[in-house]
Design a protein around this ligand. Structure first.
Ligand code: HEM
Length: 415
């Protein structure tokens, strides 16, 4: 693993630092926790909520999809300008000014703390319909998400013209940002669906665990530990068949995947490990290793890591891996591919039968949408299928970053 991708948790580190609370005159000061002052820089070639914070994504996340109600191109431009202005302010923080309504809801007090907030804006295929004259500028692969083999999609929980992904260290910062954005964009867009998610802290160490109890996102480092790989697999840039305005952006997939946690609980841990392909407590690949970051080695006959376990189907490694055998579940020789996963866990109100509605707000970014689609089609054969039900989500194009104070989201698309 490269030095640039250390597993040290900067959130954990900040919390330790925050433990030394100030004391004045024998009375502890109620100071803002240091992580509340985390600023993730807003301006840049890429939107900062995709790969930053670089080590551990923020613990709280909201995915909110919107139908645009702006009536023409000028109003749509207003929408993106307003989103930019609010995101710039909310992510950097500063003195609140209630008289000018610049403080958001007031939930965060008199000084708005950035709290590690990132605002990531994506757009869906429907924005390129007849309404705004953008049909000729659609990213080439951007289409509405179609159902895969085991999906039970609820149309009300799918698609959208715009996707906002808000992430922060605490829930109140997210809620404040959402209230602020809604107040300022009233009449221009309307919320269509939303998932509120969380990520667990390191328990006890390593990558945070998902609701199945496994370390999740470990293999993300495959994308960062070889120079140039992140450009190859994550960001759109020339030469490419994509319209020029997309440079610096990336395709975003969000899928709401409900888990049957009651059934999962009945499965012995050794079987669960075969289904995923890693050890549950340590995250070490079943093929061996010393820690969760050890290279994944596939056995030739699929006895140690079944051919249809999750990681072996997601990443068959038929070209790169010296130890890989032909996988009967994979249609053809699959070149090494990588996606950048940045998922959250969710739990919401029970269904009409009183059954828990909890699972994965699966989120990934990649330069080519087909990378994800191929991977998802392979996973239609995975051993995890009986325990998961995809119910919503969509495909979006995460816009290029806002480069400076004169720029705004989608500027190059709209001008
Ligand atoms: C929705 C339920 C899902 C769960 C609970 C889940 C869980 C996991 C876990 C525990 C790992 C092993 C640790 C790691 O490398 O992060 C993993 C790896 C991976 N997953 Fe998923 N995942 C889910 C869905 C998906 C989907 C929908 C995709 C893509 C279509 C995907 C792609 C991957 C990839 C590429 C890896 C890394 C494989 C490797 O190279 O070792 N996962 N996942």
């Amino acid at each position: 693993m490269s030095g640039s991708y250390s597993r040290r948790s900067f959130i954990g580190g900040a919390l330790v630092a925050g433990g030394a609370a100030g004391v004045a005159g024998g009375k502890p000061l109620r100071e803002e926790s240091p992580i509340a002052n985390d600023v993730v820089p807003f301006h840049g070639e890429h939107q900062s909520g995709i790969t930053k914070p670089p080590l551990v994504p923020q613990q709280q996340g909201i995915f909110a999809a919107y139908d645009v109600t702006a009536e023409n191109r000028a109003e749509l431009t207003d929408l993106f300008r307003t989103l930019t202005e609010r995101a710039r302010f909310l992510t950097s923080g500063g003195p609140a000014n209630p008289a000018a309504h610049s403080s958001g809801s007031g939930l965060l007090g008199t000084t708005l703390v950035p709290d590690g907030l990132t605002v990531t804006v994506g757009i869906g295929a429907s924005l390129f319909d007849h309404r705004f004259g953008l049909a000729g500028r659609r990213p080439t692969e951007l289409v509405p998400m179609k159902a895969f083999a085991h999906d039970e999609l609820d149309p009300a929980q799918c698609h959208g013209d715009v996707l906002l992904q808000l992430c922060a260290n605490h829930d109140d910062a997210l809620v404040n940002a959402l209230i602020d954005i809604h107040a300022r964009t009233r009449g221009l867009m309307r919320q269509r669906w939303r998932i509120d998610g969380f990520r667990s802290p390191q328990r006890p160490s390593g990558t945070p665990r998902d609701l199945l109890g496994f370390h999740d996102d470990v293999a993300n480092h495959f994308l960062t530990d070889v120079k140039g790989r992140i450009d190859k697999f994550l960001w759109v840039h020339p030469p490419s068949p994509e319209p020029a305005w997309t440079t610096g952006g990336t395709y975003q997939v969000i899928r709401t995947v409900r888990f049957d946690l009651d059934e999962w609980d009945r499965v012995p841990v050794t079987r669960q490990e075969k289904i995923i392909g890693r050890h549950k407590t340590t995250g070490i690949p079943l093929g061996g290793g010393t820690n969760e970051n050890s290279p994944v080695v596939y056995d030739r006959n699929g006895e140690v890591m079944p051919f249809n376990c999750h990681v072996r189907l997601a990443n068959p490694q038929t070209v790169e891996s010296r130890f890989s055998a032909p996988n009967p579940y994979v249609r053809a020789d699959v070149p090494p591919v990588h996606i950048w996963r940045r998922s959250y866990q969710y739990m919401r109100a029970p269904d009409v039968n009183g059954r828990m509605d909890a699972g994965h707000a699966f989120c990934c970014f990649q330069r080519k949408l087909s990378t994800y689609i191929d991977m998802q089609q392979r996973l239609e054969n995975e051993m995890l299928v009986p325990f998961i039900t995809p119910t919503g989500g969509g495909y979006f194009f995460a816009l290029p970053g806002v480069t400076d104070k004169h720029d705004y989201y989608a500027y190059k698309l709209l001008t």
